[in-house]
Design a protein around this ligand. Structure first.
Ligand code: KIV
Length: 266
């Protein structure tokens, strides 16, 4: 049986200076291929609201949808750690609700959850989750669920003072028990400074090469989502053209009578 990546493996990566990889997935077969490719953490990001469901922001996705996608991904991932992004309002109202909702994701097959932001309340949520046996990934810098208060897609931690503030928050998250922290849209030098001053690994989402890991949205990596492309994302394939060409050929073959052939009938 394949050995699962756990919070211990993730910490070992940091301690031994070994980089690790994180990609998002929202369905069974994608999770399976990412797992086979050696991706260490598969994140059911709430980005799925935008890239898979076509919503404008991540706010519209709820527990029901995240549960369905978590179950699908968990079935496909054998080695990778499966982390579910907790949707907007699922952990913000009170600690018992947060524990219940995060626990639901574990029941759906998640090995850990990710929660965005920083406050005294969030620290208490993290402590309670860890006490319950639910590992937590933190998320600082640009936090999409706060887009309305942050005033749009804005780089965070650009000045010495704001970088210090992110480091302060990261240290508090670390004390509360997170096993890793996503740093989103933070300048590389600030992310380097934050990473060097933490014990837990940082995961860069547009925060440069000095973080301990890198995360991207798989639809950006595959070249599938084309509404916009973040500056920090790298496109490794052209799935949009692949899907278009396959669909077009199928359409042509059906209409010209080339499909099905004699080999494709009973
Ligand atoms: O929702 C998401 O996919 C994310 C990552 C890209 C970090 O939060």
């Amino acid at each position: 049986m394949t050995k699962r990546v756990t919070v211990k493996t993730i910490q070992k990566f940091k301690d031994e200076n070994e980089k690790f990889s994180v990609l998002t997935a929202y369905d069974y077969s994608t999770a399976k291929y990412l797992d086979e490719a050696g991706i260490d953490i598969i994140l059911i990001g709430d980005s799925l609201a935008m890239v898979a469901l076509g919503y404008e922001t991540t706010h519209s996705i709820g527990m029901n949808e995240m549960s369905i996608f978590t179950k699908a991904v968990a079935k496909g991932a054998e080695r990778a750690m499966v982390v579910t992004d907790m949707p907007f309002l699922s952990y913000h109202t009170d600690i018992p609700t947060a524990v219940k909702n995060c626990g639901e994701m574990v029941k759906c097959g998640a090995n850990a959850v990710k929660i965005e932001g920083f406050s005294e309340y969030i620290l208490n949520v993290i402590k309670r989750l860890v006490e319950t046996g639910i590992p937590v990934m933190g998320h600082l810098g640009f936090t999409p669920q706060f887009i309305n208060t942050l005033g749009g897609y804005k780089i965070q931690g650009k000045t010495k003072d704001t970088a210090e503030e992110i480091l302060r928050q990261a240290k508090e998250l670390e004390k509360a028990g997170v096993f890793s922290i996503v740093l989103e849209m933070v300048p590389q030098d600030s992310a380097k400074y934050i990473t060097q001053n933490l014990t837990v690994p940082t995961i860069s989402c547009g925060a440069g090469k000095y973080c301990d890991a890198q995360v991207l949205v798989s639809d950006d990596v595959f070249g599938k989502f084309s509404d916009f492309k973040p500056k920090f994302a790298r496109k490794y394939g052209d799935m949009k053209s692949l899907i278009y060409n396959c669909a077009k050929q199928f359409n042509d073959d059906v209409k010209s009578g080339k499909f099905p052939s004699d080999d494709e009938i009973f």
